[in-house]
Design a protein around this ligand. Structure first.
Ligand code: CA
Length: 220
């Protein structure tokens, strides 16, 4: 899952980025509203973690322009404990949830997964596709009930396809999901990971759509 972290406090930003990465998220970190808008213009995110108290253009303003532009990416706002009116303004302007600082990193990760899941219209946390299940919280993948060990990037790729089940994702869309900024994209990485996933989870889970990309077909 690729998350945009908008946070001007270096200490908080650094620890959140570290914590979420350890939890398997791909994290891009920006420190103000303008940089957030630039990131959003060029990339697709699964969720945004938005500090409301930002220098310059504030978090609520960023949120308003995002929603005005028709972008419905899940947004989790972060606020100080006493900032009740900010929280209300954030929720009223299109935030999906909020978390109060200082927060626990495990709780943060769980809340991000929850807003993403709700946005995808899934009440159940476990994702199923044929004989394969994926638990986004524990990163546990099973094939016919037996655990299958996947690398972090294989897992990110599988999650991307299962989250958008039935949609064809291009190679560059998949690369976006499995690499953050500044990470060098290995050539043929997507093909290599798809090949590994097919070997581990069965040849017919992921279909190649020649010249377009890859898809996990929707259940009929
Ligand atoms: Ca702040």
């Amino acid at each position: 899952m690729r998350v945009l972290l908008v946070e001007d406090d270096s200490m908080i930003g650094d620890s959140v980025r570290k914590g979420l990465r350890q939890d398997g998220f791909t994290v891009d970190w920006v420190r103000d509203g303008k940089a957030a808008e630039a990131a959003l213009a060029g990339h697709t995110y699964d969720a945004i973690l938005l500090d409301l108290g930002l220098p310059g253009k504030g978090g609520v303003e960023v949120l308003k322009s995002l929603r005005r532009a028709g972008n419905d990416v899940p947004v989790l706002i972060t606020t100080a404990r006493d900032a009740v009116s900010d929280r209300v303004a954030g929720l009223d302007n299109g935030a999906d949830d909020y978390i109060v600082k200082p927060f626990d990193l495990d709780e943060l990760a769980a809340r991000i997964r929850a807003v993403v899941r709700r946005r995808a219209g899934r009440a159940e946390s476990l994702i199923r596709a044929g004989d394969v299940t994926l638990d986004p919280a524990s990163h546990r993948v099973t094939l016919r009930g037996s655990a299958v060990a996947l690398s972090a990037r294989e897992l990110a790729l599988l999650e991307a396809l299962l989250d958008r089940r039935g949609a064809i994702l291009s190679r560059s869309q998949l690369e976006e999901r499995i690499y953050g900024w500044g990470e060098e994209v290995e050539s043929n990485a997507v093909e290599v990971y798809v090949h590994a996933l097919r070997k581990k989870l069965g040849a017919d889970l992921i279909k190649t759509v020649r010249g377009v990309g890859y898809v996990v077909p929707a259940e009929r």
